[in-house]
Design a protein around this ligand. Structure first.
Ligand code: HEC
Ligand code: HEC
Length: 276
Protein backbone atom coordinates (compact mmCIF):
# COMPACT_ATOMS: atom_id res chain seq x y z
CA UNK A 1 0.00 0.00 0.00
CA UNK A 2 2.75 2.35 1.06
CA UNK A 3 4.73 1.47 -2.02
CA UNK A 4 1.94 2.15 -4.46
CA UNK A 5 1.40 5.54 -2.86
CA UNK A 6 5.09 6.13 -3.33
CA UNK A 7 4.79 5.02 -6.93
CA UNK A 8 1.97 7.49 -7.58
CA UNK A 9 4.02 10.23 -5.95
CA UNK A 10 7.05 9.37 -8.03
CA UNK A 11 5.11 9.15 -11.28
CA UNK A 12 3.70 12.60 -10.67
CA UNK A 13 7.15 13.76 -9.71
CA UNK A 14 8.81 12.16 -12.68
CA UNK A 15 6.49 13.72 -15.22
CA UNK A 16 8.03 16.95 -14.01
CA UNK A 17 11.55 15.53 -14.15
CA UNK A 18 10.81 13.15 -17.00
CA UNK A 19 14.43 12.93 -17.99
CA UNK A 20 15.76 11.19 -14.91
CA UNK A 21 14.51 7.67 -15.57
CA UNK A 22 15.53 7.95 -19.19
CA UNK A 23 19.05 9.10 -18.33
CA UNK A 24 19.52 6.37 -15.75
CA UNK A 25 18.16 3.72 -18.08
CA UNK A 26 20.45 4.76 -20.91
CA UNK A 27 23.49 4.95 -18.66
CA UNK A 28 23.11 1.78 -16.67
CA UNK A 29 20.55 -0.54 -18.29
CA UNK A 30 20.50 -0.01 -22.07
CA UNK A 31 23.75 -1.91 -22.60
CA UNK A 32 21.90 -5.09 -21.69
CA UNK A 33 18.18 -4.39 -22.04
CA UNK A 34 15.84 -3.01 -24.65
CA UNK A 35 12.27 -1.87 -24.15
CA UNK A 36 10.28 -3.63 -26.83
CA UNK A 37 13.19 -4.28 -29.19
CA UNK A 38 13.87 -7.85 -28.16
CA UNK A 39 16.35 -9.76 -26.11
CA UNK A 40 19.85 -8.33 -25.74
CA UNK A 41 22.17 -9.53 -22.95
CA UNK A 42 19.19 -9.62 -20.62
CA UNK A 43 15.46 -9.86 -21.29
CA UNK A 44 13.36 -7.27 -23.09
CA UNK A 45 11.89 -5.19 -20.26
CA UNK A 46 8.70 -4.20 -22.03
CA UNK A 47 5.71 -4.75 -19.72
CA UNK A 48 7.96 -5.91 -16.90
CA UNK A 49 5.95 -3.85 -14.42
CA UNK A 50 2.94 -6.03 -15.24
CA UNK A 51 4.83 -9.31 -14.91
CA UNK A 52 6.47 -8.68 -11.55
CA UNK A 53 5.44 -6.92 -8.37
CA UNK A 54 7.00 -3.63 -7.48
CA UNK A 55 8.68 -5.11 -4.38
CA UNK A 56 10.25 -7.84 -6.49
CA UNK A 57 11.51 -5.36 -9.08
CA UNK A 58 13.00 -3.02 -6.48
CA UNK A 59 14.84 -5.87 -4.79
CA UNK A 60 15.97 -7.47 -8.05
CA UNK A 61 17.30 -4.25 -9.58
CA UNK A 62 19.21 -3.38 -6.40
CA UNK A 63 20.81 -6.81 -6.19
CA UNK A 64 19.81 -9.69 -8.41
CA UNK A 65 22.68 -11.67 -6.88
CA UNK A 66 21.22 -11.35 -3.40
CA UNK A 67 17.83 -12.51 -4.71
CA UNK A 68 19.26 -15.50 -6.53
CA UNK A 69 21.20 -16.47 -3.42
CA UNK A 70 18.11 -16.10 -1.26
CA UNK A 71 16.50 -18.80 -3.41
CA UNK A 72 13.78 -16.67 -5.05
CA UNK A 73 12.29 -18.97 -7.70
CA UNK A 74 11.65 -16.31 -10.38
CA UNK A 75 15.11 -14.80 -9.96
CA UNK A 76 16.74 -18.22 -10.22
CA UNK A 77 14.72 -19.21 -13.26
CA UNK A 78 15.54 -16.05 -15.21
CA UNK A 79 19.21 -16.32 -14.20
CA UNK A 80 19.37 -19.86 -15.63
CA UNK A 81 17.51 -18.81 -18.76
CA UNK A 82 20.09 -16.08 -19.43
CA UNK A 83 23.19 -18.30 -19.33
CA UNK A 84 23.93 -17.46 -15.70
CA UNK A 85 25.05 -13.94 -16.58
CA UNK A 86 24.92 -11.84 -13.45
CA UNK A 87 23.26 -8.49 -13.67
CA UNK A 88 25.42 -5.93 -11.81
CA UNK A 89 24.11 -4.54 -8.52
CA UNK A 90 22.91 -0.94 -8.40
CA UNK A 91 23.03 1.36 -5.41
CA UNK A 92 20.08 3.46 -6.57
CA UNK A 93 17.45 4.83 -4.24
CA UNK A 94 13.88 3.51 -4.51
CA UNK A 95 12.92 6.80 -6.16
CA UNK A 96 15.57 6.41 -8.84
CA UNK A 97 14.50 2.86 -9.61
CA UNK A 98 10.88 3.93 -9.75
CA UNK A 99 11.87 6.62 -12.23
CA UNK A 100 13.53 3.96 -14.39
CA UNK A 101 10.48 1.68 -14.14
CA UNK A 102 8.28 4.59 -15.06
CA UNK A 103 10.38 5.21 -18.14
CA UNK A 104 10.08 1.52 -19.04
CA UNK A 105 6.31 1.70 -18.49
CA UNK A 106 6.04 4.56 -20.92
CA UNK A 107 7.57 2.25 -23.50
CA UNK A 108 11.01 3.81 -23.48
CA UNK A 109 10.00 6.77 -25.59
CA UNK A 110 13.05 8.24 -27.22
CA UNK A 111 15.11 5.11 -26.83
CA UNK A 112 16.91 5.22 -30.12
CA UNK A 113 20.25 3.49 -29.71
CA UNK A 114 20.48 1.75 -33.05
CA UNK A 115 23.25 -0.66 -31.98
CA UNK A 116 20.79 -2.06 -29.46
CA UNK A 117 18.67 -3.48 -32.27
CA UNK A 118 19.30 -7.22 -32.15
CA UNK A 119 18.19 -7.66 -35.76
CA UNK A 120 21.32 -6.42 -37.54
CA UNK A 121 24.55 -8.11 -36.53
CA UNK A 122 27.23 -5.43 -36.33
CA UNK A 123 29.80 -8.04 -37.31
CA UNK A 124 28.36 -8.52 -40.79
CA UNK A 125 31.19 -8.04 -43.25
CA UNK A 126 34.12 -7.86 -40.82
CA UNK A 127 37.47 -9.07 -42.12
CA UNK A 128 40.68 -10.46 -40.64
CA UNK A 129 41.89 -6.87 -40.66
CA UNK A 130 39.16 -5.87 -38.18
CA UNK A 131 40.16 -8.72 -35.89
CA UNK A 132 43.85 -7.82 -36.08
CA UNK A 133 43.10 -4.16 -35.31
CA UNK A 134 40.87 -5.27 -32.43
CA UNK A 135 43.75 -7.32 -31.02
CA UNK A 136 46.11 -4.32 -31.18
CA UNK A 137 43.55 -2.07 -29.52
CA UNK A 138 42.93 -4.69 -26.85
CA UNK A 139 46.55 -5.08 -25.79
CA UNK A 140 47.55 -1.45 -26.25
CA UNK A 141 49.79 -1.88 -29.31
CA UNK A 142 47.50 0.67 -30.94
CA UNK A 143 46.05 3.60 -28.98
CA UNK A 144 42.32 4.13 -28.72
CA UNK A 145 41.31 7.25 -30.66
CA UNK A 146 40.02 9.08 -27.60
CA UNK A 147 42.80 7.92 -25.34
CA UNK A 148 41.07 5.56 -22.92
CA UNK A 149 43.05 2.79 -21.17
CA UNK A 150 43.63 -0.37 -23.22
CA UNK A 151 41.43 -3.33 -22.34
CA UNK A 152 44.27 -5.65 -21.27
CA UNK A 153 45.13 -3.25 -18.45
CA UNK A 154 42.11 -4.71 -16.64
CA UNK A 155 41.11 -7.82 -18.59
CA UNK A 156 42.67 -11.10 -19.52
CA UNK A 157 42.02 -13.28 -22.57
CA UNK A 158 43.44 -16.65 -23.46
CA UNK A 159 45.47 -15.57 -26.47
CA UNK A 160 49.19 -16.31 -26.52
CA UNK A 161 49.86 -13.28 -28.72
CA UNK A 162 49.02 -11.12 -25.72
CA UNK A 163 51.62 -11.41 -23.01
CA UNK A 164 50.80 -8.78 -20.43
CA UNK A 165 47.26 -8.62 -19.22
CA UNK A 166 45.31 -7.43 -16.24
CA UNK A 167 43.52 -9.46 -13.63
CA UNK A 168 41.48 -6.62 -12.17
CA UNK A 169 38.40 -7.61 -14.14
CA UNK A 170 36.94 -10.71 -15.72
CA UNK A 171 38.66 -13.00 -18.24
CA UNK A 172 36.90 -12.19 -21.53
CA UNK A 173 37.74 -15.39 -23.43
CA UNK A 174 34.21 -16.67 -23.20
CA UNK A 175 32.26 -13.42 -23.00
CA UNK A 176 31.26 -13.50 -26.65
CA UNK A 177 29.66 -16.89 -26.22
CA UNK A 178 27.41 -15.63 -23.44
CA UNK A 179 26.73 -12.09 -24.65
CA UNK A 180 26.70 -12.35 -28.44
CA UNK A 181 27.88 -9.54 -30.70
CA UNK A 182 25.06 -7.18 -29.69
CA UNK A 183 25.80 -7.73 -26.00
CA UNK A 184 29.57 -7.30 -26.25
CA UNK A 185 29.20 -4.24 -28.47
CA UNK A 186 26.62 -2.67 -26.15
CA UNK A 187 28.85 -3.19 -23.10
CA UNK A 188 31.97 -1.82 -24.82
CA UNK A 189 30.08 1.18 -26.14
CA UNK A 190 28.32 2.01 -22.91
CA UNK A 191 29.89 0.06 -20.03
CA UNK A 192 27.34 -0.64 -17.28
CA UNK A 193 30.03 -1.63 -14.75
CA UNK A 194 31.12 1.28 -12.54
CA UNK A 195 34.91 0.77 -12.86
CA UNK A 196 34.83 0.33 -16.62
CA UNK A 197 32.25 3.09 -17.03
CA UNK A 198 34.52 5.51 -15.15
CA UNK A 199 37.55 4.51 -17.26
CA UNK A 200 35.85 5.49 -20.53
CA UNK A 201 33.54 8.27 -19.35
CA UNK A 202 35.68 11.00 -20.88
CA UNK A 203 37.24 8.75 -23.51
CA UNK A 204 34.42 7.27 -25.56
CA UNK A 205 35.27 4.30 -27.76
CA UNK A 206 34.40 4.98 -31.39
CA UNK A 207 31.85 2.95 -33.40
CA UNK A 208 34.61 1.45 -35.50
CA UNK A 209 36.64 0.50 -32.44
CA UNK A 210 33.57 -1.16 -30.93
CA UNK A 211 33.26 -3.31 -34.08
CA UNK A 212 36.97 -4.18 -34.12
CA UNK A 213 37.04 -5.12 -30.44
CA UNK A 214 33.86 -7.17 -30.72
CA UNK A 215 35.24 -8.99 -33.77
CA UNK A 216 38.43 -9.70 -31.82
CA UNK A 217 36.57 -11.07 -28.77
CA UNK A 218 34.52 -13.25 -31.09
CA UNK A 219 37.66 -14.68 -32.67
CA UNK A 220 39.22 -15.30 -29.25
CA UNK A 221 36.12 -17.19 -28.23
CA UNK A 222 36.06 -19.29 -31.40
CA UNK A 223 39.78 -20.04 -31.46
CA UNK A 224 39.65 -21.09 -27.87
CA UNK A 225 37.22 -23.82 -28.81
CA UNK A 226 38.34 -25.03 -32.21
CA UNK A 227 41.77 -23.95 -33.30
CA UNK A 228 43.97 -23.62 -30.28
CA UNK A 229 44.44 -27.32 -29.40
CA UNK A 230 45.03 -28.26 -33.06
CA UNK A 231 47.53 -25.43 -33.48
CA UNK A 232 49.36 -26.51 -30.40
CA UNK A 233 49.82 -30.12 -31.43
CA UNK A 234 50.91 -29.11 -34.94
CA UNK A 235 53.39 -26.71 -33.41
CA UNK A 236 54.91 -29.42 -31.23
CA UNK A 237 55.13 -31.95 -34.07
CA UNK A 238 56.88 -29.37 -36.23
CA UNK A 239 59.14 -28.21 -33.41
CA UNK A 240 60.05 -31.82 -32.57
CA UNK A 241 60.90 -32.55 -36.22
CA UNK A 242 63.16 -29.48 -36.46
CA UNK A 243 64.99 -30.33 -33.23
CA UNK A 244 65.42 -33.94 -34.35
CA UNK A 245 66.80 -32.84 -37.72
CA UNK A 246 69.33 -30.45 -36.15
CA UNK A 247 70.61 -33.09 -33.71
CA UNK A 248 70.75 -35.72 -36.45
CA UNK A 249 72.67 -33.48 -38.84
CA UNK A 250 75.18 -32.34 -36.24
CA UNK A 251 75.87 -35.94 -35.30
CA UNK A 252 76.60 -36.77 -38.93
CA UNK A 253 78.76 -33.70 -39.45
CA UNK A 254 80.74 -34.38 -36.27
CA UNK A 255 81.14 -38.01 -37.24
CA UNK A 256 82.59 -37.28 -40.68
CA UNK A 257 84.81 -34.50 -39.40
CA UNK A 258 86.24 -36.88 -36.84
CA UNK A 259 86.85 -39.62 -39.42
CA UNK A 260 88.75 -37.39 -41.80
CA UNK A 261 91.45 -36.38 -39.36
CA UNK A 262 93.74 -38.52 -37.28
CA UNK A 263 93.24 -38.55 -33.55
CA UNK A 264 96.59 -36.88 -32.97
CA UNK A 265 96.06 -34.26 -35.68
CA UNK A 266 95.47 -31.54 -33.10
CA UNK A 267 98.61 -32.35 -31.19
CA UNK A 268 100.81 -32.62 -34.28
CA UNK A 269 99.56 -29.45 -35.87
CA UNK A 270 100.30 -27.29 -32.84
CA UNK A 271 103.17 -24.91 -33.48
CA UNK A 272 106.28 -26.28 -31.87
CA UNK A 273 107.33 -24.45 -28.74
CA UNK A 274 110.90 -25.76 -28.97
CA UNK A 275 113.30 -22.96 -29.77
CA UNK A 276 116.61 -23.91 -31.17
C1 HEC B 1 25.48 -6.42 -17.76
C2 HEC B 1 24.16 -6.55 -18.26
C3 HEC B 1 22.99 -5.97 -17.47
C4 HEC B 1 22.79 -4.68 -17.05
C5 HEC B 1 23.74 -3.51 -17.18
C6 HEC B 1 21.46 -4.64 -16.48
N1 HEC B 1 20.88 -5.87 -16.55
FE1 HEC B 1 19.00 -6.35 -15.93
N2 HEC B 1 19.35 -8.28 -16.44
C7 HEC B 1 20.50 -8.77 -17.03
C8 HEC B 1 20.39 -10.21 -17.19
C9 HEC B 1 21.44 -11.12 -17.80
C10 HEC B 1 19.14 -10.57 -16.67
C11 HEC B 1 18.54 -11.98 -16.59
C12 HEC B 1 18.51 -12.42 -15.15
C13 HEC B 1 19.85 -12.73 -14.57
O1 HEC B 1 20.70 -13.26 -15.26
O2 HEC B 1 20.07 -12.41 -13.38
C14 HEC B 1 18.50 -9.33 -16.21
C15 HEC B 1 17.22 -9.26 -15.65
C16 HEC B 1 16.57 -8.09 -15.32
C17 HEC B 1 15.21 -8.02 -14.83
C18 HEC B 1 14.26 -9.19 -14.64
C19 HEC B 1 13.52 -9.41 -15.93
C20 HEC B 1 12.50 -10.50 -15.88
O3 HEC B 1 11.97 -10.80 -16.97
O4 HEC B 1 12.22 -11.03 -14.82
C21 HEC B 1 14.94 -6.70 -14.62
C22 HEC B 1 13.65 -6.09 -14.12
C23 HEC B 1 16.14 -5.95 -14.95
N3 HEC B 1 17.11 -6.83 -15.37
C24 HEC B 1 16.25 -4.59 -14.87
C25 HEC B 1 17.45 -3.90 -15.08
C26 HEC B 1 17.58 -2.45 -14.88
C27 HEC B 1 16.47 -1.52 -14.45
C28 HEC B 1 18.89 -2.15 -15.16
C29 HEC B 1 19.56 -0.80 -15.06
C30 HEC B 1 19.55 -0.19 -13.77
C31 HEC B 1 19.55 -3.38 -15.55
N4 HEC B 1 18.64 -4.41 -15.50
C32 HEC B 1 20.88 -3.49 -15.95
C33 HEC B 1 21.58 -8.03 -17.43
C34 HEC B 1 21.77 -6.71 -17.15
C1 HEC C 1 39.44 0.02 -15.61
C2 HEC C 1 39.27 -1.37 -15.84
C3 HEC C 1 38.62 -1.83 -17.12
C4 HEC C 1 39.02 -1.55 -18.41
C5 HEC C 1 40.16 -0.67 -18.87
C6 HEC C 1 38.14 -2.29 -19.28
N1 HEC C 1 37.21 -3.00 -18.55
FE1 HEC C 1 35.79 -4.25 -19.27
N2 HEC C 1 35.11 -4.61 -17.38
C7 HEC C 1 35.67 -4.10 -16.23
C8 HEC C 1 34.89 -4.58 -15.09
C9 HEC C 1 35.16 -4.26 -13.62
C10 HEC C 1 33.85 -5.40 -15.60
C11 HEC C 1 32.74 -6.12 -14.84
C12 HEC C 1 32.99 -7.58 -14.73
C13 HEC C 1 34.04 -7.87 -13.70
O1 HEC C 1 33.81 -7.59 -12.52
O2 HEC C 1 35.11 -8.35 -14.06
C14 HEC C 1 34.05 -5.42 -17.06
C15 HEC C 1 33.27 -6.15 -17.92
C16 HEC C 1 33.46 -6.25 -19.29
C17 HEC C 1 32.68 -7.10 -20.18
C18 HEC C 1 31.56 -8.04 -19.77
C19 HEC C 1 32.20 -9.37 -19.49
C20 HEC C 1 31.24 -10.49 -19.21
O3 HEC C 1 31.51 -11.62 -19.68
O4 HEC C 1 30.24 -10.27 -18.52
C21 HEC C 1 33.19 -6.91 -21.45
C22 HEC C 1 32.71 -7.58 -22.73
C23 HEC C 1 34.27 -5.95 -21.34
N3 HEC C 1 34.41 -5.57 -20.01
C24 HEC C 1 35.03 -5.51 -22.42
C25 HEC C 1 36.05 -4.58 -22.32
C26 HEC C 1 36.81 -4.09 -23.45
C27 HEC C 1 36.62 -4.52 -24.90
C28 HEC C 1 37.68 -3.15 -22.98
C29 HEC C 1 38.66 -2.28 -23.77
C30 HEC C 1 38.04 -1.33 -24.65
C31 HEC C 1 37.50 -3.09 -21.52
N4 HEC C 1 36.50 -3.97 -21.17
C32 HEC C 1 38.24 -2.28 -20.66
C33 HEC C 1 36.77 -3.26 -16.14
C34 HEC C 1 37.47 -2.74 -17.21
Amino acid sequence: MKLSLLLIAVITFSTVFAGEGEDLFKQRCAACHTIGKGRLVGPDLKNITEKQSLDWLLAFIKSSTAMINSGDADAKAIFEEYNRILMPDNNYSDAQILAILDYIKQGGAGEGTSAASPAADILNGVTAENIATGARLFDGAQRLTNGGPFCASCHKVRDERIFSSGTLAKDLSQSYEALGSAGVAAIVKNPPFPVMHEAYRNHPITEEEVINLTAYLKSVNEERIYQRPANFSMFFVFFGAVVFFIIFMSTIILYFKRKKLAVNHDILSRPSKVVN
